[in-house]
Design a protein around this ligand. Structure first.
Ligand code: GFP
Length: 809
């Protein structure tokens, strides 16, 4: 049996009867139980294994094809992955969704109940983590050899609940019942060093003598492509104490806590996503996580390289490592360390190889979001890396000095080390210096990066800067999330080829003239609202789903709600178009301003609910614990998509794409990918308001911005803010109003009037049902560009220079 060629595998059946047979054998032999005594959890795990086996078989063939081709690989390094539930995705991708359900019924199981036990791994925070998952999906679908690397956090992003309207955080023990989707590989374990000091050996090579050693144990999950046999993997690392970290003598002496102290300390590294960084220890833990991810992953990448290659000069030809934001930037000095200290390469060659290997994606424009680490902490934790960073910096600054002689200010700005007020390592500068390509995630973002945030670097290396507009997985965000709309589209287009070729959706444009099709389109949207079960399905469903952040401006939406409320109270006799405003999203646990906004939204919702004069027309709902699963229920039900960040602040947005693809019309500013969405769906099918980036910059930086002036001049705005200040909403939210009247960092009050007027346009447009439906169809029809497949093709052609490898039977 030649396993290497993927031969000798028993082909797994494609009929319901064969699936049923496999379910039974998995129940007996792998779950170790019987039909009579099986619990629903047993049934779920068995189902997952049976589905997984179909993909594992493809995985074996994929590995064989990749092994034979020895291609250039994409290694995607990301601190976050928001993968979403695995079961329904894997059933779809393995073509078992139908037969699995038949087989379960045959065995007397309720498929919905069994499938309901699948758990979403919450290994991410927001757009960045979901983007990583969408790109993995698209890479597999496009047959690009790729591995995603990340951390297997024991606890995912916290579970959000509300207590008296305020956010409370609960731990998310996502693997409490096990996780049938992962393959642990303890034999691929890596050793990670921390602390200690450096020494020179007799050959002049530097050695790092560590002060702490931790083990990284990997497990991988399968990342299947859709409509292809390729199955890639995402490999996640979990920290473990070494064998010697358990102190048997202490244990024997009854010192149980002390006996496991060291092991617990090690395991804390992969305990939680983004540990609280309000203490020095918490900050150090975050830096430790970053190095842990990087160290384990690079060793694994090198191990894989060595399976097929011997010559280091080949390394960048076979390897491209994409850094998803700055969190994995330590990979740059780490690769230098491995090449110079461990492999004995000269600095110049090692640096050339390193630079050619890496590429960096930036996801922000907020200067405060660009990570920096105190030099003293960096030095204590990673003494050798600091030496390497200094050396990189010295050589880099010499280059800058040559190009811009005498420009001391520029040197200060570009240095990887910030000197004032405290010495810190600037990770974004390191990421730009150590990579061959840097990209932003939407056109405006990439332009602003080169003109503002990273301007000095773009002056120095203009060709290094690229744009790759984000995209979303059409499989996850329409096919799986919105099965009824998907069926209607397939019916309208005559085939389902659009799922892997989203530009085909333009074929829907001609159907806008078909009244029966429009009717069906509306019926789907209505049914999706009924499925969601929040609010009146005939009301305008106005949706804002994203992380809570002041720049995203949930508070602006809230001011509109209060204004509507006050208008209805003031003129109760008028006919108002019923509207359901839906918020979902989490605030970072230590971000108090965002938490005040959450609390105020819940208070306003309660006051409106309790007011019979208003509640027939206006309802505010805020389901807790936004995640991929909840998003997938909300997105198909949305009529209106709120994308109302201050222009120049949102790098891209991807929720905006998901909502447009599902036929929601956007109300938005000229920010991030909104601009590209509007360009494509057409200005008539998009509600635009607010300051543009230059106007916002001028207002902010001119120093002349006075939010109070807007408050004084605008009666409705004043009355909305006064109502908050007067405690009309259960006495909460004064902090929100005070912050808006004080600094109003994100120019909410300046955009208020334009937003309110625009919402009136929305109401008028909503009254014309047929025209609204046409716009909705056009939003879907023209969103093909936002497929993550296009994004991955852009990366592959412009940055990675990789080609697909076909997996054959
Ligand atoms: C971040 C940015 C977004 C961008 C995503 C993916 O997401 O504008 O779309 O990364 O590139 F802010 P959040 O963490 O804000 O969700």
């Amino acid at each position: 049996m030649d396993v290497r060629n993927g031969m000798g595998l028993r082909p797994l059946g494609t009929s319901a009867a064969e699936f049923e047979q496999d379910l039974l054998s998995n129940l007996y032999y792998r779950r170790g139980t019987t039909v009579e005594s099986a619990s629903t959890q047993d049934a779920y795990e068995t189902l997952a294994l049976t589905v997984r086996d179909r993909l594992a078989e493809r995985r074996v063939r994929t590995a064989a094809a990749h092994y034979a081709a020895n291609p250039r690989w994409v290694y995607y390094l990301s601190a976050e992955y928001l993968l979403g539930k695995q079961l329904e995705q894997n059933m779809l991708y393995s073509g078992t969704d139908r037969i699995a359900r038949v087989a379960m019924k045959q065995l007397g199981l309720d498929p919905d109940e069994v499938e309901g036990l699948d758990i979403e791994p919450g290994l991410g925070n927001g757009g960045l983590g979901r983007l990583a998952a969408c790109l993995l999906d698209a890479m597999a679908t496009l047959d690009i050899p790729a591995v995603g690397y990340g951390i297997r956090y024991d606890l995912g992003i916290f579970k959000q609940a509300f207590k008296d309207g305020a956010q409370v955080e609960k731990p998310d023990d996502w693997t409490y019942q096990g996780n049938p989707w992962e393959f642990p590989a303890p034999d691929d374990q890596q050793t990670v060093f921390f602390y200690g000091h450096t020494e020179r050996d007799e050959n002049g090579r530097t050695q790092w003598i560590p002060g702490e050693i931790v083990l990284g144990e990997p497990s991988h999950m399968l990342v299947p492509g859709h409509g292809t046999d390729t199955v890639n993997i995402v490999r996640l690392w979990r920290a473990r104490g070494s064998e010697s970290s358990f102190d048997l003598s202490r244990f024997s002496a009854g010192q149980y806590a002390e006996a496991v102290d060291e092991a617990v300390h090690a395991e804390n590294i992969s305990k939680v996503l983004y540990p609280d960084d309000s203490t020095e220890l918490g900050r150090e833990l975050r830096l430790k996580q970053q190095y842990f991810l990087v160290s384990c992953s690079l060793r694994d990448i090198i191990r894989r390289f060595r399976l097929r290659n011997t010559d280091w000069a080949e390394f960048p030809k076979k390897t491209v490592i994409q850094l998803n934001d700055t969190h994995p930037t330590l990979a740059i000095p780490e690769l230098m360390r491995l090449l110079v200290d461990e492999e004995g390469l000269g600095w110049d060659l090692a640096w050339a190889l390193t630079k050619q290997t890496f590429a960096y994606t930036c996801h922000t424009l907020l200067p405060e979001a660009l990570e920096t680490w105190p030099v003293h902490m960096f030095e204590r934790l990673l003494p050798r890396h600091l030496e390497i960073v200094y050396e990189i910096n010295e050589r880099f600054l010499a280059e800058v000095r040559d190009r811009f002689p005498g420009d001391v200010d520029r040197l200060r700005r570009m240095s990887i080390i910030q000197e004032e007020p405290e010495r810190r390592v600037r990770m974004a500068n390191l990421a730009v210096v150590g990579t061959q390509a840097v990209n932003g995630v939407a056109e405006l973002h990439s332009q602003l990066l080169a003109e503002t945030t990273l301007r000095d670097f773009a002056d120095l290396w203009p060709t290094k800067f690229h744009n790759v507009t984000n995209g979303i997985s059409p499989r996850r965000f329409i096919k799986l999330a919105n099965p009824t709309l998907s069926s209607l589209i397939t019916e309208g287009l005559g085939s389902d080829a659009w799922i892997n070729d989203l530009d085909q959706l333009t074929g829907l444009e001609r159907l806008t003239g078909d009244a029966a099709f429009r009717e069906k389109w509306r019926a789907v949207k209505r049914a999706n609202k009924v499925r969601l079960g929040l609010g009146d399905p005939d009301s305008l469903t106005d949706v804002m789903i994203k992380r809570f952040h002041e720049y995203k401006r949930q508070q602006l939406n809230l001011l509109h709600i209060i204004t509507l409320y006050q208008r209805i109270k003031a003129s109760p006799g008028r006919a108002y178009a019923p509207r359901t405003v839906l918020f979902a999203g989490k605030a970072a646990p230590a971000y108090h301003a965002a938490k005040h906004i959450i609390r105020l939204i819940n208070a306003v919702a309660a006051v409106i609910d309790a007011d019979p004069a208003v509640s027939p027309y206006l309802k505010v709902v805020f389901p807790p614990n936004y995640n991929v699963t909840l998003g997938s229920l909300i997105i198909p039900a949305a009529d209106l998509s709120e994308q109302i960040s201050l222009a120049g602040k949102e790098a891209s947005g991807t929720g905006n794409m998901k909502l447009a693809l599902n036929g929601a019309l956007t109300i938005g500013t000229l920010d991030g990918a909104n601009i590209e969405i509007r360009d494509r769906v057409g200005a008539d099918n998009f509600f635009l308001f607010g300051l543009d980036t230059p106007a916002a910059l001028e207002l902010r930086h001119g120093g002349a911005y006075q939010p109070r002036a807007f408050y004084e001049q605008d009666e409705e705005l004043r009355s909305a803010l006064d109502a908050i200040l007067d405690g009309k909403f259960l006495g909460v939210g004064r902090e929100v109003a005070e912050s808006l009247l004080g600094r109003d960092e994100y120019l909410t009050l300046a955009d208020y009037r334009s937003y309110i007027d625009c919402q009136e346009q929305v109401e008028k447009a909503w009254a014309d049902t047929e025209q609204w439906t046409t716009s909705s169809i056009l939003n879907t029809a023209r969103s093909g560009f936002f497929s993550a497949d296009r994004t991955v093709r852009d990366y592959a052609a412009g940055i990675w220079h990789v080609s697909p490898v076909q997996v054959t039977r």
